[in-house]
Design a binder for this molecule. Sequence first.
Ligand code: UT7
Length: 334
Amino acid sequence: MYNSKITGLGFYVPDNIVTNDDLSKIMDTSDEWIQERTGIKERRWIKEGSNETSATMGAKAAETAIERAGLTTDDIDFIIFATLSPDYYFPGCGVQIQDMLGMKTVGALDVRNQCSGFVYAMSAADQFIKTGMYKNILVIGSEYHSNGLDKTTRGRGVSVIFGDGAGACVLSRTEDNNKGILSSHLHSEGRFADKLIVESPSIKHWVPEILNAEEEDVSYFPYMDGTFVFKNAVVRFSEVIMEALATNKMSPEDIDLFIPHQANLRIAQFIQQKFKLRNDQVYNNIMSYGNTTAASIVIALTEAWEKGKVKENDIVLLAAFGSGFTWGSLLMRW
Ligand code: UT7
């Protein structure tokens, strides 16, 4: 069996910075409320009228990751694209990447696991590499949230949190069994699907229902029972981190870098305290980008790597929780 390790990372965010003060001009909110509850100072939102989408942002992040891996698109054997905000209802964004990057007719798989999407995608990629089926897999997480948010006071509990952006990595075969992904752990609990959901449009709610939707129909916007999600997040994050550490016979002191899904800085801080992690063991950037769902971990990992915070042999832990509910963790040696 082979191991898989990250050989290239990249991220792309739109230029348009939206501060908390900008939001307070279009809805009843404040910089103070948003920072106190979430830690977010600003996020990127694709400008209205721009041609950017989840696929185009993903393609840009992917180009950087492939170049940094020292590869060309011809070396990529498979694409996995995680998003909850695909350009089309179908087909998925993965096939758009195959086309946009002018790649061979390699397989393309889309992952629909929201905030846990990147961890799920990496875990799937790892299995393809471990079995020897593929050598280099392009894994992308990308989200275009801003066009789908309720940007009125009615939607403020959700819309202030989410940001647009993309991250990508190349996962490659290594014959060094001490390097790369050591284990991944995936979970779901579908009975809470309605706690964090966009219900429509769906085949269940289609034309003409969409055309006849009333102003007060909020099923077309993301709904979140924030407090319930928060409480479940801290429990599941903790469990799945313990699972990763126990599987690898490690303790929190062994972690060199922990990158939690950037859902809320308060969740990340709770986990940090619970596991008694020092500041230098944890990387957060939700302050600058908000919650970019499937893109958040890979954007943060790329930024941390660019800042020299990930070194050879470091133990890196990723963990996520979100809509589904789904959650997961992944432990690797760099
Ligand atoms: O990434 C996927 C997973 N997602 C998460 O993990 C998110 C988990 N949840 C959270 O991060 C938090 O629940 C939120 C940040 C979303 C909300 O924080 P909260 O402390 O749970 O606030 P709340 O929803 O209980 O609302 C408290 C008050 C309410 O007013 P009243 O009823 O107390 O008068 C809200 O209407 O804050 C009000 N509120 C706001 N006020 C100003 C809600 N959103 C806003 C806002 N600005 N943007």
